[in-house]
Design a protein around this ligand. Structure first.
Ligand SMILES: [Zn+2]
Length: 492
């Protein structure tokens, strides 16, 4: 019974992959920049770059942690720029990770040293964590590309090449296309918004869910390796099937260790930071974080495209979190009890969010994500849960079909209005009504009554005590069917 479905699915993937290749070729085969990377002493790298068009401004990402006001730029040393005729031209640091060529003669070539000294600073203060900057572990140097490669962020979607001239025995673990020691990608976005690593440690590889997966684990996190292996094999299959597409043909992951857990999603790579100390019970939380960060890769690097000022954070975070619960259960990766606890967490988070972020809509809350964390994650996931519960009463895959209609990884740009309009189209207006209902701050009793109609039973005491159970339901139309799917694989 599954055979034809599976074959159709493989066909869709193949078509999508060839369409993606065609698109990339249409865009621009011209190699706009060619970088070369070589080791420069025990603590650094030498980077040279040649450009196929004149450059007058180059950037890195910029964060300003205490003790390093210039952030990532502080690790760039001896930057020199050269004109088309090979004459050295001035290039000045202008602040916030930017350099400019002040004279009339633009740069066609640059050279610099990057000092791998990022671990001297705590990047969790005033910055998003070392996973989004750089660190060292074992015999590996890890970097976010936007902390390593100076680039013109306005380059068109052309080919960018990176030649790694590293000592023998060194591996490059990177999400770009790669042949031998040469990597390439299209567009500065995919070039800069990715993580990569260089060193003597060898990555693991797998092919699953239409993806070539590659990952590297810090030896201090080796205890998690069996579970990582299980999740990396199963989650992409579940996500690719749900979305009916893979986000890219390559996906690279890094597992680091630090004082506290963290995670960063890039264009087709992501990094999970596992907490220290790491107990067996922590698997419950980091497995979910892994699923959540992976889901962001399917949504797109910064969520669905076009999220100006965070007005779609409730969707990007809440829907990613909800789908992580639903699809990990479907894949048999979490038990029904854990699923129930996670659904209870959604409601608890929303109840706390109502108190911590009074008088603000979900869309407006995204303007200050840290302050309104509970409302954004809890409220967004509650909208997703309600939509899935209610759409599933009409059609078992109504929610999935609505999500597919958004095709977030195909490059559509959305704002709040166009996103909710698109969601409305396949839901006869239910999407916007549900968002408005959650924005109107329903009482815990009202949430309980509304979910009960779909078989999600909720018991509450105060704002922080929430229990969830699922009514027995013979049809596909109610929970846990819509959450876990009609025939979930047994949990193992
Ligand atoms: Zn997230």
């Amino acid at each position: 019974m599954w055979e034809p479905v599976w074959r159709a699915f493989v066909l869709v993937l193949a078509l999508w992959a060839s369409a993606a290749t065609a698109r990339a070729q249409e865009v621009c085969e011209e190699t706009i920049a060619r970088y070369s990377v070589r080791r420069d002493g025990p603590d650094g790298f030498r980077v040279e770059a040649q450009f196929n068009r004149p450059v007058s401004r180059l950037d890195l990402f910029y964060h300003s942690p205490p003790g390093r006001p210039e952030g990532q730029a502080a690790s760039i040393r001896n930057l020199r720029a050269f004109s088309a005729r090979g004459r050295e031209v001035a290039i000045n640091y202008v602040g916030e990770g930017g350099w400019e060529v002040p004279g009339p003669d633009p740069a066609w070539r640059i050279a610099y040293r990057i000092q791998a000294d990022h671990d001297a600073v705590d990047w969790t203060v005033g910055a998003p964590g070392k996973d989004e900057v750089a660190t060292r572990f074992d015999r590996t140097f890890y970097f976010a590309a936007h902390a390593f490669f100076l680039a013109d962020f306005d380059w068109p979607e052309c080919k960018i090449e990176i030649v790694f001239n590293l000592p023998s025995g060194w591996f490059v673990t990177a999400p770009w296309s790669m042949r031998g020691n040469v990597a390439w990608t299209y567009g500065v976005q995919n070039f800069e918004r990715n993580a990569f690593a260089m060193g003597l440690d060898t990555p693991r590889r797998a092919h699953t869910g239409g993806l070539d997966l590659e990952w590297l684990i810090d030896s201090r996190a080796r205890a998690v390796e069996p579970r990582v292996l299980e999740l990396m094999n199963a989650i992409p299959v579940a996500y690719t099937e749900f979305w009916e597409r893979a986000p890219s043909r390559r996906l690279t992951a890094f597992f680091l260790r630090d004082a506290r857990s963290d995670g960063g999603a890039f264009e087709n790579s992501f990094t999970l930071v596992l907490p220290d100390p790491l107990a067996a019970i922590d698997q419950v939380s980091w497995s979910h974080t892994l699923g959540h960060e992976l889901m962001h890769v399917w949504f797109g690097p910064e969520g669905i495209r076009g999220d100006a000022g965070g007005e779609l954070s409730w969707f990007n975070e809440g829907f990613a979190d909800y789908l992580t619960i639903k699809l990990m259960r479907r894949a048999g990766l979490i038990s029904e009890d854990l699923m129930a606890q996670r659904v209870a967490n959604i409601i608890r988070r929303y109840e706390l969010g109502k108190r911590m972020s009074p008088d603000i809509s979900l869309a407006a809350a995204g303007g200050d994500k840290l302050r309104n964390w509970q409302l954004i994650y809890g409220g967004g996931a509650l909208v997703a849960l309600l939509l899935d519960a209610e759409l599933s009463m009409q059609h078992p895959e109504g929610f999935r079909d609505m999500m597919r209609s958004l095709a977030p990884i195909s490059g559509s740009a959305f704002d709040l209005n166009s996103l909710t309009s698109q969601m409305n189209e396949s839901t006869a207006g239910l999407a916007r009504r549900t968002l408005a209902w959650v924005d109107a701050r329903p009482s815990a009793g009202e949430i309980r009554a509304r979910l009960a109609r779909s078989g999600v039973e909720v018991s509450l005491y105060g704002p922080d005590e929430v229990y969830v159970g699922f009514a027995p339901c013979p049809a596909l139309s109610c929970a846990p069917a819509f959450l876990a799917g009609p025939s979930p694989s047994p949990s193992n």
